[in-house]
Every structure is written in structure tokens, then in C-alpha cells.
Design a protein. Sequence first.
Length: 333
Amino acid sequence: MTNENRHNVWPQPMHAQESNYTIARNVLADIMRFRIVSSKKGKVCSLPCEACYQPHISKIVTSILQGKPVSFVLPAFPGKSPNPSKVLGTLPDMAERYSLVFLNDLCKSIEKIYPPGAHILICSDGRVFSDIIGMKDADITAYQREIDAIITRLDLTNLSTFNLDQLYTGQDFDCMRQELLDVFGQPIALLKEKVRRGANEYASREDREANRMYSGITKFLFEDALFPGQLKSRNEIQKDAKVRAYGVIQRSNAWSNLIAGQFPEHVRLSIHPQTCGDLKLGIRLSAESRITPWHGVALDIGGAITLVKRHEAEKLAAQLINDENGRPDYYKL
């Protein structure tokens, strides 16, 4: 459940020489130190950029006027990739812990700019499309519970979670997914048309985003299906990934629409690259890598942690380290 309500409001007045707008800009600049942008058919800008600030400024100013923490929402942490060459297993490990601490520390860094700080609501989307990408619902349940346990255990008070299970209680998972599509989904035929138009140099922002997302999801699905023992050719896997990508995006967009309705006051973050002025801010989940923890493992190199794919760590002959329960946790060089 979310824990945003337990934050106190900021009782002290603003400095006379510093406007709410300036504070909001500085908050955005702090977050955007870790942004990821797309250079494909879109403008890549450098900070400060008014076009990138504008979709989010008013929400942050509203929080400042109310003296409350700035609220962000991030669809992420769906569940581990089904490809064992990328991850250690189905449960969160040091890769997730590292990224969660990174996000919590990012919120705390904002306190230097705006004392009430910030809060990130993590909207786990694994349940939304698990049946399409080959993840078991039981694994999604266990993954979600462990993410919550990590947040509690490490006292990451600037983070909380939200998932489909909390909204559609008492239903089986297939019914949850169908209700989500019935209320918030769009026909795949419309999505295919957006993706097609998005390849055009003069496409709208929405169509370019659809095309970018399709390319990215297809790549992930292709990689996830390339595991030892699978019998399909690369060409067959690629064709299958292209078909399944539309289903994943349809579900993901429905989830995004639900989140926008449920949390309209939150600044919207994304793990996917965004272009200048998009309605979402693309951000990394660690300072060193663009790999997400559910598509990789943590690698300790002389005390510094980075995220890599499992086969990359093994290629380096890194030592596998188990946690206190004997479960594989991370690699060490």
C-alpha cells in the first residue's frame, strides 16, 4: 500500500528571494541528472531546457504551495526476466536493492533543494502483462512481496508501491487483466497504426513514442527468448517478439492510463527514453548503468556496484555471492 500520507507538510515559509517556480525547476534539474533521452527522430536537448520542464513544473509548484513532498510515479519493477542468461532467478536480489536505494537517495537529495523532499510511488506492472512475456503469476506475487519487504527492511521511507492486485481485489489474475483492458485499453489495430506513423520523420510526439516503445519492447522480448535450450530460430523468435510486443504495449498503455487517472498530481517517470518535452521523464535506476535490475545482476567491482547481464558477469569470471539464505545474490570481481 502507499505510504505517502505519513509525510508531514512543510511549515516554514519560502525564502523571500526564491520563487516556487525556481525551486520546482531545481527539483526537476536534480532528477534529470539521471534522465535517459531518445535521439531517434526526436530532439535531444541539454539542461536547462524549458520545454522539458514545462509538462511537470505545475505539479511540483502545487506540492510546494501545499508544503508537501513532491510526488513522482514510476511504472517499474515488474518481475525478473525469464531469461536465465540475464538474471539469477525469479526473486529480487542485490540488483533490486541497489536500484531501490538509488531511488530513495534521489528523493532525499531533493531535501537539499526543498526540505519536504520527494516521494516515488512504484507501480509494479508485472501482473499487467506477465502472461504475454512468459512470467508466472506466482513469481510475480513473490517478487512484489519481496520488493515491499526490501523497502520495509531497508527503511526506504521515500518509496512505496502500487500494483494491479491492490486495485482489483478478489479477482483471478486473468480477470484483472481483462478488466484493465476493458476500461483503459485501446484496440491493437490503433496501436499498430500509431507505430507505423511513428516511423515518419514528421510524426506526432504520441506516434513517435509508440514507435520507440515498440522497438524497445520487441528488443527485450527477443533477448528474453534467447536462452539456452530453446529450439526456435532467431528469425522465428524475432517474428514472435514483434507480435507479442503489441500485446505488451497495449497492456502497458492501459496501465499508464489507469495510473494517470489514479495519481493525476504525480510527476510521471519512465524507465524508457523520452524526447524533449515529453509528458514523462525517462530516468535510469542507477547512476552507472541503464540496465534495469530485472534484466540484469549486480556486479561488485572493488566495492563499486554496477548492473550488467548475468552472462556478462560470468564472462568476466566474477565470483557468485549468495545471500544469508544461500540464494544467489550478486557477482564480485
